[in-house]
Design a protein around this ligand. Structure first.
Ligand code: SAH
Length: 250
């Protein structure tokens, strides 16, 4: 049963490609995919690039061409929820597309045809991903303190993540996004640009989906400063560690 591991950026893929047994590189739909074995599982690693459409075409390829039967996204995100700090990890329970607005025909944020603004990740796969992330963070402890704006033992959160085609990098944009959604009862912990699109494709194909995001910035005015350094120094190793823990548990 092939497991697809998707990321937007090469750093988010960690060193998983190098760790593959019997690696096979496949160019398809303007993307590079790597097939192989990892921790006893058939896997396909994919880089989707940034944004919802790029993520959706990649997920579709994984389902149609690569026979993926489960998908896991590993990447970084901006923390918008209270107490969701740089260096923490958020596992998605649900997703919302914060830039979807077909009102007044449909309620704001509702994806037409999908019955509501929020979509659930797969409960079983998500529970295993939580265990994997928790085990990894326990092992890591304060190892990355030097890269964190506020050194602290990294925390694990589970909840709602918002995706949209926007890098949220001002305090105003971040507060608006969180505030508007919160007023409608949607408590967003983190914001990124791909997860909800992959989830929607997985729902169309009836495939389990789970996502883990390392918080790389607070989606505020310092977002552009924190981002590159953090992704290079920390996110890469988190991705590696959490995915390996996950594969060992599956
Ligand atoms: N500086 C990067 C661009 C990163 S875009 C470059 O030059 O390539 C941000 C990526 O990280 C997206 O894939 C998105 O999913 C995630 N992300 C991290 N922080 C984010 C934020 N504050 N807002 C939106 N997406 C964010």
């Amino acid at each position: 049963m092939t497991i697809a591991i998707l990321s937007a950026l090469p750093e988010e893929q960690g060193d998983l490609v190098q760790a593959l047994e019997a690696p096979e590189r496949v160019e398809h739909a303007s993307r590079t995919f790597w097939r192989g074995r990892l921790s006893g599982h058939d896997v396909v690693l994919a880089l989707c690039g940034i944004g919802k459409v790029a993520a959706a075409t990649t997920a579709t390829s994984l389902a149609e061409r690569f026979g993926a039967r489960r998908m896991v996204f590993t990447g970084v995100a901006g923390g918008v929820g209270e107490g969701v700090q740089v260096g923490d990890v958020v596992v998605a329970a649900e997703y919302v597309q914060h830039d979807m607005d077909a009102s007044p025909i449909f309620p704001r944020w509702e994806v037409p045809g999908y019955g509501g603004p929020r979509m659930d990740c797969d409960a079983h796969l998500t529970a295993i991903l939580m265990r994997a992330a928790s085990a990894y963070l326990e092992r890591v402890g304060g190892q990355f303190d030097q890269y964190l704006p506020a050194p602290h033992a990294p925390r694990l959160h589970q909840g709602l993540i918002a995706s949209g085609d926007q890098f949220v990098s001002t305090a105003g944009a971040s507060q608006r996004l969180r505030g508007d959604l919160l007023a409608a009862g949607h408590n967003v912990l983190a914001v990124e640009m791909e997860g909800a699109a992959v989830l929607q494709v997985c729902r169309d194909y009836g495939l389990p989906f789970a996502a883990v995001r390392t918080i790389s910035d607070r989606a505020d005015d310092s977002a552009h400063v924190d981002f590159p350094r953090f992704v290079e120094q920390v996110a890469r190793r988190y991705a590696d560690g959490v995915v390996r823990e996950l594969l060992a548990l599956l």
